[in-house]
Design a protein around this ligand. Structure first.
Ligand code: UDP
Ligand code: MG
Length: 331
């Protein structure tokens, strides 16, 4: 890496922001804060830790506010309800001031010690240092297989390069944060948006840990909805697939018609079951095609409504907005 590409002066004196989405994390949040402080002290940059309480119903918010009351480097943004992890992370990015921003989960599954290597890469001129999972502890076999399949399918269907086996744990340079926050769309899949911006990306390999406490917030239904949303927001491939299906059916229809002309059969020899199967298949494919178009229409309608991606109920330490409705460009 040439000296021209490095960020030494900024990286020494600059500000590092941490963005942490939290939903019902009362059992882990205090130990997370302590562990982050150890790592950040070692790194030696000035820092701010932005906790976004995403409508927790347990004691998370009270504990976060207690942390912020004793440490003015901790900022708390309390959203007015549960807006979802993607909105919570976007709110954190919009409220961050750092020259580089790290997004990390609240549950210590992503070891904070990895941030040190991310900062090292950033100092050497890399714009996005993303965590790539070498292994994943504490996940069910079902989740491991479906996540792996989804990542590989997703990477093939989105029009820009997207790294596989990665989540939201990453360090992002301010230029990339500004580019992502400037995007007008409200429904977001951040890891795809960050890849879409381009810039220089490098992986940092790590072993993902099991949760130290608490439970995952993603049941099968929520995972499926996230996967569908991610795909429909980031790619128009599903619509193109309906073309493939329609052309395939057309070719099969032509062949069948040709065969019927050349070798006419007695109508009594066509079984009713076969007829029902063909009509059922055609009907279901047509309905699926309409449903896919409908999914895009619904998302277009939601974007046209222009509702903000999150609403802030209250904020503590350093935030310029109190009780505001924000979009990703709010900062
Ligand atoms: N989270 C959130 N809002 C939600 C769901 C999750 O802010 O609606 C946070 C959660 O507190 C955690 C991170 O997003 O910090 C990842 O969630 P989780 O650990 O449940 O996901 P998993 O690691 O099981 O995929
Ligand atoms: Mg987790």
């Amino acid at each position: 890496m040439s000296a021209l590409n490095t960020r030494q002066p900024l990286a020494t004196h600059g500000l590092l922001s941490l963005v942490i989405p939290c939903h019902n994390e009362e059992s882990v949040i205090e130990s997370t804060h302590d562990r982050l402080l150890q790592v950040l002290t070692k790194i030696g940059m000035r820092f701010e830790i932005i906790y976004i309480d995403d409508g927790s119903r347990d004691d998370t918010l009270a504990r976060l506010e207690h942390i912020a009351a004793h440490d003015d480097r901790a900022h708390v943004i309390a959203l007015a309800r549960n807006f979802g992890q993607q909105s919570a992370m976007s709110a954190g990015l919009a409220h961050s001031h750092g020259d580089a921003v790290v997004i990390i989960d609240a549950d210590l599954q992503d070891p904070p010690e990895v941030i040190e290597e991310m900062v090292r890469l950033w100092r050497s001129g890399i714009d996005v240092a993303y965590g790539r999972r070498r292994s994943r502890d504490g996940e069910t076999r079902f989740k491991l297989i479906t996540a792996s399949l989804f990542h590989r399918l997703f990477a093939r269907l989105v029009p820009h390069p997207i790294p596989i086996d990665t989540g939201d744990f990453k360090l992002i340079d301010r230029a990339v944060v500004d580019a992502v926050c400037a995007l007008p769309e409200k429904r977001r899949y951040l890891r795809s948006l960050v890849s879409w911006t381009g810039f220089r990306h490098e992986p940092v390999w790590y072993d993902r840990q099991a949760r130290t406490a608490g439970v995952t917030k993603y049941n099968v239904r929520r995972l499926l909805m996230l996967a569908a949303d991610a795909l429909l927001i980031s790619s128009d491939a599903p619509v193109r697939l309906t073309w493939v299906a329609s052309l395939t059916l057309g070719v099969i229809g032509l062949i069948a018609a040709g065969k019927a002309c050349l070798f006419p059969v007695d109508s009594a020899s066509i079984s009713l079951a076969a007829l029902v199967a063909v009509v059922g298949l055609l009907g279901s494919m047509q309905t699926a095609a309409v449903a896919i178009v409908g999914e895009y229409v619904v998302r277009t309608y939601r974007e046209a409504q222009g509702r903000p991606a999150w609403v802030v109920r209250r904020a503590m330490n350093g935030s310029r907005r109190q009780g505001s409705a924000g979009d990703a460009r709010a900062a």
